[in-house]
Design a protein around this ligand. Structure first.
Ligand SMILES: C[S@@+](CC[C@H](N)C(=O)[O-])C[C@H]1O[C@@H](n2cnc3c(N)ncnc32)[C@H](O)[C@@H]1O
Length: 205
């Protein structure tokens, strides 16, 4: 989704809203430098595991209701989707306690992050901003993007569509705000394909 090159993977990376995903575990194992933040990291491994168990069937039932909203290619069907997500979560769970001790999983939330200005080369934020445009206000989007730009030289956000697969109406005003603040904003076609319409990634430098 973020078109990450080998060069990018050698940078100091912030994963914002990383949730129970495997990026941190995988990149750390490969020798990279990454810190993930998410409010769920206030919980223990057992608490997150039990929450995942509770919501898994709801997610499956939501996706089952609207299969035409998704592109069933690299993820073949719903069983495969569950398998892929569970495999990623297993890597996360195996790494979580050690990663917390090493300060790689930090309980923090946008729009305020506990890092110095330009602490990271690159900040990545997937499936949080813009996707939840009906839950987060424009002001929260603007404050969150400004905060990500404060803590990192470069920010990448994916996707730019809402849960209803419509381009978020906040993109225009957020881009204007970032541009006014001196950021260079560009749009790129992502390679990851699952939610229909979720083709673009935003980069702010
Ligand atoms: C749909 S999940 C995406 C997880 C992961 N980035 C991915 O793409 O698979 C959204 C994540 O945003 C996190 N989140 C919610 N509020 C947040 C906030 N204020 N700041 C950062 N992350 C937040 C949630 O806890 C959740 O893990």
């Amino acid at each position: 989704m973020f078109l990450l090159t080998d060069d990018d993977l050698g940078k100091s990376i912030l994963g914002c809203g990383d949730g129970p995903a495997s990026f941190n575990a995988g990149l750390t194992k490969a020798g990279g430098s990454v810190i993930s933040v998410d409010p769920i990291y206030r919980f223990s491994v057992d608490e997150i595991r039990s929450r995942v168990k509770d919501v898994c069937s709801d997610i499956v039932s939501e996706v089952s209701k609207t299969p035409d909203d998704f592109i069933w290619e690299s993820i073949r069907d719903i069983d495969h989707l569950v398998q892929v997500r569970m495999d990623a979560m297993a890597l996360f769970f195996a790494d979580y306690e050690q990663g917390k001790m090493e300060g790689r999983y930090i309980d923090a939330s946008l729009p305020e992050l506990p890092f110095k200005d330009k602490a990271f080369d690159l900040a990545l934020c997937s499936h949080y901003l813009f996707l939840y445009s009906s839950h987060l206000s424009l002001e929260q989007h603007i404050r969150s993007m400004n905060e990500l730009c404060r803590v990192a030289d470069e920010v990448r956000v994916y996707p730019l569509v809402t849960l209803e697969s419509k381009r978020s109406e906040f993109i225009g005003p957020v881009v204007s705000e970032l541009t006014d603040n001196g950021q260079d904003v560009s749009f790129h076609k992502a390679k990851y394909r699952f939610q229909k319409g979720a083709e673009e990634m935003l980069i702010a430098k």
